[in-house]
Design a protein around this ligand. Structure first.
Ligand SMILES: Nc1ncnc2c1ncn2[C@@H]1O[C@H](COP(=O)(O)OP(=O)(O)OP(=O)(O)O)[C@@H](O)[C@H]1O
Ligand SMILES: [Mg+2]
Length: 501
């Protein structure tokens, strides 16, 4: 599909999310849409996919002016979008979800589920996806949810596919598989837009790139170009890298400890885990998606049941306790799916901060929690917005903020001195600058004694920030005590179970 975006503008209150953007997209090409957090990428894509109207400007498809204002109409016109935070209906199965998607787009009301099942499996086979039609959505990994979303969109007959940050939350192998799929689709004349702030991804996949900054289209370029040129276009400057302090950790007190614990979920079984996290320490958990990293994080927070063994926190036995018990003692768990688990859609920024303030306040009287001092909330919210450089106002609904700004709100919600932070992919969806900023905040907490355990699909991030790395592979854990002495290649091999020495 040949797409012309002409003079598109969109404001939210005083913010220009898109300002007079004109961009042409050719049939069968893969175009990267780059820009830092809040640059306006998702806004432009949502306009293109019918999720929100532009204030002004036009969209032309194959030489004809398009007129649509819902995602269903955009689908019917041939444009489908994979959202940044893949939202689907939790309680349903893969097949039900697939069918629902077809019905939403007005296709095939009368067809039977056997027909859909065949269609789903055929598409999966063509693209090399493995999806069990019967499996509940809630049990799918991020990568699998994405695959389901892609086949669901393809089945409606789209000719342009928009992917908003599709590589956050999936492993290197899954990313390769996804990129292969996209290349295949482009060869079949699909026009593909890849929204990202990961330069590597754009360079690996796209033949051209459009760079947005502060709502404006800064430049379009044929690829490849040197990375540093792209960084300059994105930020208009060079980035900051946080400084790592030298640490003497072996004498620090043990905060969290798993003693001979077994973790079990579905087909995953990890016996005899011995794990310690000390005050001030940063432990990175590496592994392919679903290898147990996130299970370990949840076990350390009382969010999943452990078998055998014991869980200790600051010298106290905590085996079998629930998350509220851990939370009260300063253990904070942060999930990768921001909106699903960490933040609450529909609530504003100020309301989110109120929630944590109510939780952190000493409970002097039973009424303390019923009355909320609104001026105080407003003041603290303004302060946090400033301090955490959040682009939004106290009254912005959380789902209206860009992905990077949502992550900043989560940071603002953390207490000052938690005993332990257990974070799934703390910089998921963030551009390099924002990721560096988040790490600066996290390392500051560690410097004042917080133990940090995090999982990440980003090998460089693991190597750069971890004092120790634990590699999860096929039900075994391998400890790397000196991450600074190994390369990303070597770590990649360990994660994939390739043993070369
Ligand atoms: N529905 C909305 N209501 C209010 N402000 C919004 C809304 N949607 C976007 N914005 C604001 O518009 C600007 C652009 O946001 P957008 O989500 O398009 O950025 P982005 O480039 O996708 O960022 P990220 O990389 O963090 O996902 C941001 O300042 C954002 O807070
Ligand atoms: Mg976005």
């Amino acid at each position: 599909m040949f797409i012309e975006i002409k003079n598109i503008s969109k404001t939210f209150g005083k913010i220009y999310a898109n300002q007079d953007i004109t961009l042409t997209l050719h049939t069968g090409r893969i175009v990267g849409i780059l820009g830092e957090n809040g640059a306006g990428k998702s806004t432009l894509m949502k306009i293109l996919a019918g999720y929100q109207p532009a204030d002004s400007g036009e969209i032309w498809l194959d030489g004809k002016k398009a007129d649509y204002h819902t995602p269903e109409m955009a689908l019917a016109a041939g444009i489908g979008m994979l959202q940044q935070d893949v939202l689907d209906i939790g309680a349903f199965s893969v097949l039900e979800n697939f069918i629902y998607g077809q019905k939403q787009s007005g296709i095939g009301f009368t067809l039977q589920s056997a027909h859909y099942r065949e269609k789903l499996l055929a598409l999966c086979q063509e693209l090399g996806f493995v999806l069990d039609p019967q499996m509940p959505i809630s049990q799918l990994s991020i990568a699998q949810r994405q695959q389901l979303e892609i086949v669901r969109l393809l089945a409606t007959g789209i000719r342009a596919l928009i992917l908003d940050e599709p590589t956050t939350g999936i492993s290197a192998d899954q990313k390769e598989a996804l990129f292969d799929t996209l290349r295949k689709l482009a060869q079949q004349n699909m026009t593909i837009l890849l929204v990202s702030h990961k330069l590597e991804d754009v360079l690996a996949l796209c033949s051209e790139v459009a760079v947005l900054r502060a709502g404006r289209l800064i430049e379009t370029k044929a690829l490849p170009v040197p990375k540093k040129d792209l960084i300059k276009l994105m930020f208009g400057q060079t980035m900051v890298v946080p400084q790592l302090a030298n640490k003497e950790l072996s004498k620090a007190p043990i905060v969290l400890e798993l003693k001979d614990v077994t973790l079990h979920e579905g087909r995953l079984h990890i016996p005899h885990i011995q794990f310690q996290a000390r005050a001030g320490e940063v432990i990175g958990l590496a592994g392919l998606d679903g290898s147990g990293q996130n299970l370990l994080l949840r076990a350390c927070a009382g969010l999943v049941k452990t078998r055998d063994g014991q869980v200790w926190l600051n010298g106290q036995p905590m085996t079998g306790r629930s998350y509220p018990d851990f939370f009260q003692r300063g253990v904070i768990f942060g999930a990768a799916g921001r909106l699903e688990e960490g933040l609450i859609a529909g609530l504003t920024l100020a309301e989110h901060l109120t929630l944590v303030m109510a939780d952190n306040k000493p409970k002097r009287s039973m009424f303390a929690n019923f009355f909320i001092d609104r001026t105080e909330v407003q003041r603290i919210t303004e302060e946090k917005i400033q301090h955490y450089n959040i682009r939004g106002t106290a009254h912005s609904r959380i789902e209206s903020l860009s992905g990077g700004n949502q992550q900043r709100v989560l940071m603002a919600m953390l207490p000052d001195n938690p005993a332990a932070l257990l974070l799934e992919q703390p910089t998921r969806g963030l551009d390099v600058d924002s990721a560096a900023w988040i790490w600066e905040q996290l390392l500051a907490k560690c410097a004042s004694g917080t133990a940090l355990v995090f999982s990440s699909p980003d090998l460089d991030e693991l190597l750069l920030y971890s004092d120790r790395i634990i590699v999860f592979y096929a039900g075994h854990l391998t400890m790397i005590d000196q991450p600074h002495q190994i390369t990303a290649d070597r770590l990649g091999h360990l994660i994939g179970g390739v043993d070369e020495d």
